[in-house]
Design a protein around this ligand. Structure first.
Ligand SMILES: [Zn+2]
Ligand SMILES: [Zn+2]
Length: 223
């Protein structure tokens, strides 16, 4: 949905430059996750504050716990993050409020290798290059390293529930969490994954296969 003229004039009266607001090419700034929740009118329950390394990009979060959190060991993450693996916490696009620097964001979409804002894409600070999040079509995957924790308990709420693309790992993490060879929920559980989860996954795969056979025999009866 395109932003209204009121929204744009409000943004300008709160100090944003016309070149940063006017024109269709600026419309994304008025949509989640980049929409700035206005301080007076709209209620935004800020539970966490986060900042990139240089401080140009700052945001708040209104949800206490991510919907889910994961470590990803895929080789794309290794290259793009310059790290052995990546830590991401999943949130709704409405859970985030950029208080600073949403004009200073850089994008990268790995399929087309373009820096246009094309979903799903990687979002970073255009100045210090801190990775901020992966913006999906419906969700955002935040990189929690830039959150300013007020306690260890807070940070623990963001701890991952599993590892994915573990087959591509460069380091073993024997932490007892489920370890998916590829995509979580859609591949095999390997290494030190909990035995219970491995059994459950095995049953799921068997059921999926039975389901497939069932369909095939039905369609063959028809013909
Ligand atoms: Zn920065
Ligand atoms: Zn990855």
């Amino acid at each position: 949905m395109a932003p209204s003229a009121t929204e744009k004039s409000q943004a300008k009266s709160s100090g944003h430059k016309s070149e940063d607001v006017d024109g269709e090419h600026n419309d994304w700034k008025f949509r989640a996750p980049y929409k700035v929740h206005n301080k007076e009118g709209e209620d935004f329950n800020a539970l966490y504050e986060a900042s990139c390394h240089c401080g140009r990009v700052q945001y708040q979060l209104s949800r206490e716990k991510p919907l889910s959190a994961k470590y990803c060991h895929c080789t794309t993450c290794q290259v793009l993050h310059g790290a052995p693996f990546q830590w991401a916490a999943i949130f709704e696009k409405e859970d985030i409020n950029f208080t600073h620097g949403h004009h200073e964001l850089g994008w990268y979409e790995s399929g087309e290798k373009t820096t246009r804002h094309k979903l799903p894409c990687k979002v970073s600070c255009a100045y210090c290059r801190t990775p901020i999040m992966d913006e999906g079509r419906n969700m955002i995957l935040l990189f929690p390293g830039m959150i300013k924790w007020k306690s260890v308990e807070e940070r623990k709420k963001f701890m991952p529930s599993c590892h994915m693309f573990y087959e591509q790992r460069v380091v073993d993490i024997p932490d007892g969490l489920p370890k998916w060879s590829g995509m979580s929920g859609k591949s095999d559980l390997i290494a030190d994954s909990p035995a219970e989860d491995v059994k459950k996954r095995k049953r799921e795969i068997e059921d999926e296969e039975k389901g497939k056979d069932g369909k095939e025999s039905k369609s063959s009866k028809k013909s």
